[in-house]
Design a binder for this molecule. Structure first.
Ligand code: PBG
Length: 323
């Protein structure tokens, strides 16, 4: 008997063989590109901690989205930076809010681009929390109607999907009811179902100027130490009517993505968040890692773990890399 019989290296010998037996194939068709929209015109303001990402005014956002769609990226998710903030986050649900106006401007020239709106108050509240504050705490039930109104005004403006990221209990049900009552039963909800209280959101909070002014988000976002709780959160969101569920962040939470894929039959999305992006950019600038290989390896790993859909600041880059 020759030794060894089993030689896994046989199928790794050439790129043709490796490509032939490859289990995971990254595709731009399942990526969502996050974008920040701000007031003004002709604004393209680079976010310092997220090189290559910008706050776009609506006119420039439309041009950027034409380029993105041209590269084959099917979807964008919008985050708004309002003119002004207040205690109740009015800018989030104003019929003429920054995101609502952006959606109207985008859908006219780009009817086939999937426009997703993040549903949350934190970019619009002066205190920076994702809900109303009552007696020094984030008021869950008082926040629900405002989230529902935010989602409804976004859909009225033309949003294809709404994505609640606030982590209030019961918000998926509240949004589903509001949309159904206003004739939008066909609009899907992508729920940030297992969203952790993560240090990896740092650069995003600079981008959106949305860091909480007091306390932190630990009373509503999940404890990074918990896995079983993610199953419960995901199950609740699906029960309430979520069509797609999301795990966030992505790379530090591959076990949660795998669990979501294994135990639930809805599409699973994962968000490679700002800190995951900026870490790669920083190390690449220092010459410590190969940027392009790291981008493709992290995204492949997120897909391999079970994500059907990935939100990534590299969506445009991947479209170019996969050509
Ligand atoms: C909340 C929201 C956040 C992100 C997406 N939606 C920030 C937070 O919870 O503090 C973070 C995304 C990222 O870091 O890329 N509206």
């Amino acid at each position: 008997m020759p030794f060894p019989i089993h030689r896994p290296r046989r199928l790794r010998r050439t790129e043709a063989l490796r490509g032939f037996v490859r289990e995971t194939r990254l595709s731009v068709r399942s990526l969502i590109y996050p974008l920040f929209v701000c007031p003004g015109s002709n604004v393209q303001d680079e976010i310092k901690s997220m090189p290559g990402n910008y706050r776009w005014s609506i006119d420039r956002l439309v041009e950027e989205c034409k380029a993105i769609a041209g590269l084959g990226v099917p979807a964008v998710i919008l985050f708004g930076i309002p003119e002004s903030k207040d205690d109740v986050g009015s800018g989030a649900y104003a019929a003429n809010g920054i995101v609502q106006r952006a959606v109207r401007a985008l859908k006219r020239p780009l009817p086939d681009l999937i426009v997703i709106c993040d549903v949350c108050l934190d970019e619009y509240t002066g205190h920076g929390h994702c809900g109303l504050i009552r007696n020094g705490e984030v008021d869950n039930d008082g926040t629900l109607p405002l989230l529902a109104r935010t989602a409804r005004t976004q859909v009225e403006a033309g949003a294809d999907i709404v994505a609640p990221s606030d982590m209030m209990d019961g918000r998926v049900a509240a949004i589903r009811r509001e949309l159904d009552e206003h004739g939008f039963a066909a609009t899907p909800i992508l729920a940030y179902a297992a969203k952790y209280a993560s240090a990896f959101y740092g650069p995003f909070r600079e981008a959106a100027d949305s860091a909480p002014k007091f306390g932190d988000r630990k009373s509503y976002q999940m404890d990074p130490a918990n896995q079983r709780e993610a199953r419960r959160e995901i199950a609740l969101d699906i029960e309430e009517g979520a069509d797609i569920i999301m795990v966030k962040p992505a790379l530090p939470y591959l076990d949660i993505i795998a669990l979501a894929r294994r135990e639930f039959d809805v599409p699973v999305a994962a968000y490679q968040v700002s800190g995951e992006f900026s870490q790669i950019e920083a190390a690449a600038r220092l010459g410590w890692i190969d940027r392009e290989r790291t981008i493709l390896e992290t995204l492949t790993s997120i897909q391999r773990a079970g994500a059907d859909i990935i939100l990534t600041y590299y969506a445009k880059e991947v479209a170019r890399l996969l050509g």
